[in-house]
Design a binder for this molecule. Structure first.
Ligand code: PMP
Ligand code: GLN
Length: 382
């Protein structure tokens, strides 16, 4: 985690947002919306502050939020979650993930299987937990794993299989045969499935399927999500993790010493959000799908080859035809050359696989349409 000179290297998101601030470029790097989420949810946070919800909430999370998460999982997926024992609130999905790894890794021989490219905190959290990272590549154009390669990577040394579906950065949504194979391998090798589903409400080809709904999965799966993407409130950092009570108790044991508790006024507001009507969730998906279309059209017009996403905030495009076969170098000069910030996929892969993703660039679509159109104009004339 330390760079060669012993200092802590900034995350790729901090580095790219700093580049946007320095150059005035449009920031399609870090994934955060440039518009607020639903007014009812914002108002609920203001009301909670005004009514004095400003001290430590309970360690597991506000009971009403735990109930709202349980109701949400039943309403959308038919999953039964006991709000008293099978779910806790965390400081975003990030803490849920790190606390889970710290709780469940026993020693340096434990392996964590991760799909690559991966969200940057995954490898860092595996390193913090002292486990070994084993990766399965997701390759363009569809970014689905090769099932034989997956089966060869999961072994009796595998403690956890870490899934991210819908997937950041590729925009992939795992097909049913991939999900079924993950569950089969987890059962075969007695591994726990940890699934990061923060983009659960942003899928473009039909509703999301949590892996925990597959036969045999729920008893060995920890499901992680967060309010950030669903309610366009990435700064609130309210997440959660649910699963079997014994596993949740282990995660809570770690969580209580990481952050203890978090965000008391945001918790009732997120409960309000999770109970919004179906129209809200539907509109969030169609609005984001439309933004991806505008971004994709703009990227194609500028000469990129676009890999249209099936879910999530990001569109991946190949810059090779634009002289961007080294996308890391391409992205480093893009703010000055084009007034746009984007992130090379190499930022999300381990050193030995960088070459496989060398020409690919990730663009965030969660921006106002006029911002996306302006970014497209700039890229076309760069
Ligand atoms: N997982 C994935 C796949 C993400 O894209 C993000 C946010 N960018 C996170 C986790 C972190 O979520 P949170 O802000 O709720 O910690
Ligand atoms: N999840 C967002 C992304 O992938 C932001 C992450 C961050 O800033 N740590 O861009």
């Amino acid at each position: 985690l330390l760079s060669a000179d012993g200092t802590v290297a900034p995350t790729i998101f901090a580095e790219m947002s700093a580049a946007a601030a320095r150059t005035g470029a449009i920031n399609l790097g870090q994934g955060f919306p440039d518009e607020d989420g639903p007014a009812e949810v914002l108002e609920a946070a203001r009301a909670a502050i005004a009514s004095g919800a400003n001290q430590y909430p309970p360690g597991r999370g506000l009971p009403d939020l735990l109930t709202a998460i349980s109701e949400h999982q039943r309403r959308f997926y038919g999953l039964e979650v006991d709000p008293d024992t099978e779910v806790i609130v965390t400081a975003g999905a990030t803490e849920a993930l790190t606390a889970t790894l710290l709780a469940l890794i026993d020693g340096p021989d434990d392996e964590v299987v991760v799909f690559e490219p991966y969200y940057d905190s995954y490898a860092a959290a595996v390193a913090l937990a002292g486990a070994r990272l084993r990766t399965v590549p997701l390759r363009a154009p569809d970014f689905q794993p090769d099932l034989a390669q997956l089966a060869a990577t999961v072994t009796d040394r595998t403690r956890l299989i870490l899934v991210n579906d819908p997937h950041n950065p590729t925009g992939a949504v795992f097909g049913p045969e991939v999900l079924a194979e993950i569950v089969r391998l987890a059962e075969l090798h007695d591994a726990v499935i940890v699934t990061d589903e923060v983009y659960e409400h942003l899928t473009f080809d039909g509703p999301h399927t949590p892996i925990a709904t597959l036969p045999g999965a729920a008893e060995r799966t920890l499901t992680i999500s967060s309010a950030g993407k669903t309610f366009s409130a990435t700064g609130w950092k309210i997440g959660w993790v649910h699963g079997p009570a014994a596993l949740i108790t282990a995660v809570l044991t770690v969580k209580q010493y990481l952050t203890y508790v978090n965000g008391s006024p945001f918790q009732p507001a997120v409960a309000r959000g999770l109970r919004l009507d179906d129209a809200f969730f539907r509109d969030a998906t169609t609005t984001l799908a439309h933004k991806h279309e505008i971004l994709g059209d703009g990227l194609r017009a500028a000469g990129f080859v676009v890999h249209a996403p099936r879910g999530g905030y990001f569109t991946v495009a190949d810059a090779s035809a634009l002289g961007g076969s080294d996308a890391a170098a391409f992205c480093r000069t893009l703010p000055e050359r084009a007034g746009v910030v984007a992130i090379p996929l190499t930022a999300f892969v381990s050193a030995e696989h960088r070459a496989d993703y060398a020409g690919l660039v990730r663009f965030a679509a969660c921006k106002r349409t006029e911002v996306l159109e302006e970014a497209a104009r700039r890229l076309a004339s760069a």
